[in-house]
Design a protein around this ligand. Structure first.
Ligand SMILES: *Cc1c(COP(=O)(O)O)cnc(C)c1O
Length: 387
């Protein structure tokens, strides 16, 4: 049987896969089973921060692999401790809980808010407010947090205690906060799965101020926007706010599964022994990969991400058939007159892998994608948008 047939027979069909089998890659180029080359403008959905099999990242990962590949969290390991230190030093956050995915990073954020608020205000204060059109993961609790009804239908009953309000609507947020029952607000700075839609300017700052006055937690879901993706280490850094909780995953370890929940000053002591845990969380190989990624996300690299993002946005904005370009850094959404799915399929035929988000084309290339590849991909994408 071919790979495609095997997969179709034995893998649960939860993914509508493209008819391509990716065999290997190098940087921002990947190759299928027949040797056809593609420019990777999706990075495995913002995961392979420095592309496929990046040599520096690979060296860090394999060096750790040769020392110890896993240890129980009952023992100390160097990569985990050093990564937590770096994450805190670079963000002003105080403590880190490591898990394995974005959904789990958000689960931890929600648990932190529930426990913190119950201790501070009592058990009635347990609501988590999220934003309409948001995406926070696929577990039953993070589905409840996800502000899109169509994700909820199949799996009732979901975890109770979630309310979503329109993104950008401060009055709606204040109304729900004034019930005295809100433990925290969980929001993406730029809604990724929702269509690459940034929060309106100033909303996060106003929400941060409100969270201080009314004593609830400001939690940002940086699973997709984090780790340099938008041209800052984390997207909240554009807004001059200090969140209480930051969750991240996707690009954190450059292609290995790792989630992190960063706890700020107000919640740094919320978890004690036995309050939360994960067998694989903080795995030394994943943490070694993440440390190598984080070390390279310096000012020069972040500046490069902003510059390349600006180049792409400017070129795309004046393209034929392009209605709107949104996003920041190398997280870009494109509203097109031609259906996004059609454009993505046509680009794939021509050797460019793009993504969609809702009705838009979405681009999430590696942060170090060479300019020539970016230009080549933009040429093909623009040509297809204009058809
Ligand atoms: C992808 C994503 C998640 C879920 O991450 P998983 O690793 O798939 O669990 C959560 N929040 C946001 C904003 C995401 O983009």
């Amino acid at each position: 049987m071919s790979i495609r047939e095997l997969d179709q027979q034995y893998v649960a069909p939860t993914y509508k896969r493209f008819p391509v089998e990716i065999e290997r890659g190098a940087g921002s180029e990947v190759f299928d089973g027949e040797g056809k080359r593609y420019i990777d403008m999706g990075s495995g959905i913002a995961v392979t921060s420095f592309g496929i099999a990046d040599p520096v990242w690979r060296q860090a990962v394999t060096a750790q692999l040769e020392k110890v590949q896993h240890m129980s969290n009952l023992y100390y390991t160097e990569p985990c401790a050093k990564l937590a230190e770096q994450l805190c030093l670079r963000t002003g956050m105080k403590k880190v809980f490591f898990s394995n995915s974005g959904a789990e990073a958000n689960e931890c954020a929600i648990k932190a808010a529930r426990k913190w608020a119950a201790e501070k205000h009592g058990p009635e204060c347990h609501l988590i407010v999220t934003l309409e059109n948001s995406f926070h993961g696929r577990t039953l609790t993070t589905l409840a947090a996800t502000g899109q009804d169509h994700y909820h239908e199949l799996y009732q009953p979901l975890t109770p205690g979630f309310v979503s309000v329109p993104a950008g609507d401060l009055e709606a947020l204040e109304r729900i906060v004034n019930t005295g029952r809100v433990a925290g607000l969980l929001a993406e700075c730029i809604q990724g799965e929702g269509g690459v839609l940034p929060l309106p300017e100033g909303y996060l700052r106003a929400a941060a101020k409100l969270s201080r006055e009314k004593e609830f937690l400001l939690m940002v879901d940086e699973v997709q926007t984090g780790n340099g993706r938008t041209g800052k280490l984390f997207a909240y850094m554009y807004e001059d706010v200090q969140p209480d909780v930051v969750s991240t995953a996707k690009g954190l370890a450059g292609g290995l599964p790792l989630g992190a929940t960063l706890l700020g000053e107000r919640v740094q002591d919320v978890f004690g022994y036995g309050d939360h845990g994960s067998t694989f969380g903080g795995n030394p190989v994943c943490c070694a990969g993440a440390l190598s990624i984080l070390n390279r996300l310096d000012d020069a690299l972040l500046e490069e991400v902003r510059r390349k993002g600006q180049y792409l946005r400017e070129r795309l904005a004046c393209g034929k058939g392009v209605l709107e370009v949104t996003g920041r850094g190398l997280m870009i959404g494109i509203k097109t007159s031609r259906p996004a799915g059609e454009i993505v399929a046509a680009c794939m035929d021509r050797g460019v892998l793009c993504l969609t988000a809702k009705d838009r084309v979405r681009l999430l290339p590696a942060l170090n994608i060479p300019m020539e590849l970016l230009e080549e991909a933009a040429d093909i994408l623009l040509d297809e948008c204009g058809k």
